[in-house]
Design a protein around this ligand. Structure first.
Ligand code: FES
Length: 75
């Protein structure tokens, strides 16, 4: 779905940018150009950014440091 009509940015573009390391609206604006014209896309773009960032965090692999206990039990 299009988030920014002025610059042709979709939610897929935002999710891809997040998977590449983008974590802020400032970075999104710099990478994709959204919010650079009328600015109407800002609230929806922020919403997609927040969702995508949460999804990335939820699927992150946690590797315990040597000498520390993992927060989960092994099978
Ligand atoms: S809709 Fe994004 S700048 Fe206009």
């Amino acid at each position: 779905m299009y988030v920014c009509l002025c610059h042709g940015v979709t939610d897929g573009h935002i999710r891809e940018a997040v998977s590449q390391g983008v974590r802020s609206m400032r970075d999104l604006r710099r990478e994709l150009g959204l919010c650079g014209s009328c600015g109407r896309c800002g609230p929806h773009a922020r919403e997609v950014l927040t969702e995508a960032t949460a999804e990335i965090s939820a699927t992150a692999v946690r590797i315990p440091l040597p000498g520390t206990e993992p927060a989960y039990s092994s099978i």
